[in-house]
Design a protein around this ligand. Sequence first.
Ligand SMILES: Nc1ncnc2c1ncn2[C@@H]1O[C@H](COP(=O)(O)OP(=O)(O)OP(=O)(O)O)[C@@H](O)[C@H]1O
Length: 319
Amino acid sequence: MDELKSRTIVAAQNLEKKFGDFPAVKGVNFEVYRGECFGLLGPNGAGKTSIAKMIYGFSPVTSGTLEVFGADIRVSARKAKARIGVVPQEDNLDPDLSVTENLLIYAGYFKINRQEAKKRVQDILAFMELSDKADAVVDHLSGGLKRRLTIGRALINQPELLILDEPTTGLDPYARHLVWQRLRKLKEAGTTLLLTTHYLEEAHQLCDRLLVIYRGEILDHGTPLELMKRHVGKEALELEIDSSLEGSLTENSGELILARQRLGDDLVFFTNEGEELVRRLQANAERWGIMIHYSRLRPTNLEDVFLKLTGESLGKEEE
Ligand SMILES: Nc1ncnc2c1ncn2[C@@H]1O[C@H](COP(=O)(O)OP(=O)(O)OP(=O)(O)O)[C@@H](O)[C@H]1O
């Protein structure tokens, strides 16, 4: 217990954020541990940005407690900010300045001396694979390069905790993978990552632990594998049949089905014993003369977890 406590870098208890009367974050509890990649997964409007902004001291806590580096953020925001890097959802680089100038100006906010700042800029440009763009004007960069620069900029104060709000939204698959690779490297080097995302693939690829957030509430938390095991098991059997025949089709198979989702005539059964389930359903289909128009057995994923928990699809994968 004590060990976990000493590893805790962010601790939220009954954390609430209201905008007027509107509760954007409804009393959530969670902890982020040093060295992990922690993900806030949820659709637009879930409350992810609101939580992130409170952690980096940009937006006041309405009620509850929020400790960052062991101190209440209400009183320690200034100190905490020096140890945090922030990649906001919208790039807010200075478009008229060069890549290097953007980084140097940012270094100035942290009062890093000029010589040290120049050295850090070199290192960051190399790390983010931007060295050949050092003198390019930001306005002329592609979206992917701007994102890399924004991430690089957040590293200027050598943060212990890097908070990234939707770091790859709008990027093409190549640019997205490059960002993921850099984030993995940062984690390997010991930086704690906290990211918000609505990309299930991103959550799966990067995050050690996840909070699933929906309408300001935490629906569950755990590693991606724990979440899948808990809610949807190993496999999903997708079927298209006349929905009125579901009862006959699944006769004597109930114990193999952990959960089910129905979207019109499309059915999804979640199971740990996919092959056995397929065998039994096929036998029932033959017995009752049920036409299966389509069937596919596949591994489960976080989208299934999300669908199961909310009844809605995140439906935002862009690849
Ligand atoms: N400044 C604000 N004033 C009023 N309502 C706000 C404000 N900021 C956010 N909200 C509302 O709070 C809710 C949560 O917003 P938030 O930005 O935290 O969600 P999110 O999960 O980060 O989604 P997104 O990816 O769209 O940013 C939304 O309903 C949003 O409209």
